[in-house]
Write a protein that binds this ligand. Structure first.
Ligand SMILES: C[C@H](O)[C@H](O)[C@@H](O)[C@@H](O)C(=O)O
Ligand SMILES: [Mg+2]
Length: 402
């Protein structure tokens, strides 16, 4: 394709933002009895009434944001992320002005305008989720217009397959399924005192006995701990159960706490975080302040592919591993192209979890799933992100930019 042809890509003609309920990109939005909502420790666990269920305090209040970009020639790129109706408002009423009439090949300038025009009320969280959703849809549209998978546009695969660890309540089953490790949700935080700590450790010890000594076991603490509790848990879980990493132990704002945790953690135990961090500047803070051994941006929350390129390069220059938070195809197309992303996360969305089901089910058709804990690069060989929206799901468009 000549430069002229690249410049002549069809422009974006329509921008549409929808919200969807029930699983999918807002993967905490599950039905009753799901492992992902069963007494998992959070910053809200200090309130007994919000301890049993994360949905009780609103973890699933937003729902999924679907961004659809239609080009002049009718080609549609889309993406899903967490954001729901408020994110629809931001996309339709604010961000759409930087998209309509523009070439999707201008993703750098578009990202710059979306971020700096919303910086006065955004920077992290919902607004950057919305920007991420738009950016992912741009890359999907670009791939469909160029007939290329996103990972080809990111420089191509550096290995033949992706390997995964599994996040869920059953690392013992994850081992049988061929995953390289199992990440457990932490169930008890500081408010449940020493009794809760002992329960956390006995669950880990049970899983260690079932999985053997070599299988990776990790704890995901979902921002629920204080520095003292996290440090004590880190040492005991390392000494007694060979914990591989302790994830997101503290508030994402507590860079100083993470620096202290990493400094005082047992040598060999990895400290990881980042899924609720955003942009190159947020991840630079985590790395420059020596907060963690592995950064875990979610490509649907940190700014999209255009921003993840910058985050990954800075991590690579510092010898820091970047293992994106589970975000289905949106992270797989990135991880396969980067040496400092040697494996990926697979979030087990089956309620048990006793089987592998697509992470963003039921929203994406063609979503690849690990087989024996792996996905071959060739499974990503479809234009864009290689998935399509399930026509069965009920899309709701609460606003318009007309
Ligand atoms: C399992 C954790 O509690 C979260 O639900 C999970 O989404 C996230 O923290 C992860 O790393 O997968
Ligand atoms: Mg996590």
């Amino acid at each position: 394709m000549t430069v002229a042809a690249t410049k002549g890509l069809p422009k974006i003609k329509h921008v549409r933002a929808f919200t969807v309920r029930g699983g999918g990109a807002d993967y905490h939005d599950q039905g009753e009895g799901h492992w992902i909502d069963d007494h998992i420790a959070t910053p809200m666990s200090r309130y007994p009434e919000y301890r049993q269920s994360r949905q009780s305090f609103g973890i699933n209040v937003l729902g999924t944001l679907v961004v659809e970009l239609e080009a002049e020639d009718g080609t549609i790129g889309f993406a899903v992320t967490t954001g729901g109706e408020p994110a629809c408002y931001i996309v339709e009423k604010h961000l759409s002005r930087f998209l309509i009439g523009r070439s999707p090949a201008e993703y750098e300038k578009i990202w710059d305008q979306m971020y700096f025009s919303s910086q006065y009320y955004g920077r992290k969280g919902l607004v950057v989720n919305a920007i991420s959703g738009v950016d992912l849809a741009i890359w999907d549209l670009l791939g469909k217009l160029r007939g290329e998978p996103v990972y080809h546009m990111l420089g191509g695969a550096v290995r033949d397959e992706l390997q995964f660890y599994a996040t869920g309540a059953r690392p013992d089953l994850a081992k049988e399924m061929g995953f390289i490790g199992g990440k457990l949700p932490l169930h008890h935080g500081p408010a449940e005192g020493l009794e809760g700590m002992e329960k956390n450790l006995s669950l880990l010890a049970d899983m260690r006995s079932k999985c053997g000594d070599d299988f990776w076991l990790m704890y995901d603490c979902w921002m629920s701990l204080d520095l003292d509790y996290a440090t004590r848990l880190a040492h005991r879980a390392w000494d007694e159960c060979g914990l591989k990493w302790i994830e997101e132990a503290l508030s994402p704002d507590d860079y100083w706490g993470y620096a202290a945790l990493k400094k005082n953690a047992p040598k060999g135990l990895l400290v990881t975080t980042g899924e609720h961090e955003a942009t190159r500047w947020g991840f630079r803070m985590l790395m420059d302040m020596e907060c963690c051994d592995i950064i875990q941006p979610d490509v649907g929350w940190c700014g999209g592919v255009t921003e993840l390129i910058k985050i990954a390069s800075y991590a690579d220059s510092r010898g820091v591993m970047m293992i994106p938070h589970g975000s289905s195809v949106y992270s797989y197309h990135f991880v396969i192209t980067r040496h400092n992303s040697p494996f990926a996360e697979f979030l087990m969305m089956h309620p048990g979890p006793t089987e592998v089901v697509p992470m963003f089910a039921p929203q994406l058709l063609g979503e690849p799933v690990p087989v024996n804990g792996r996905i071959r690069a060739s499974a990503l060989d479809q234009p864009g992100f290689g998935v399509s929206l399930n026509p069965e799901i009920a899309l709701h468009r609460p606003y318009s930019n007309a």
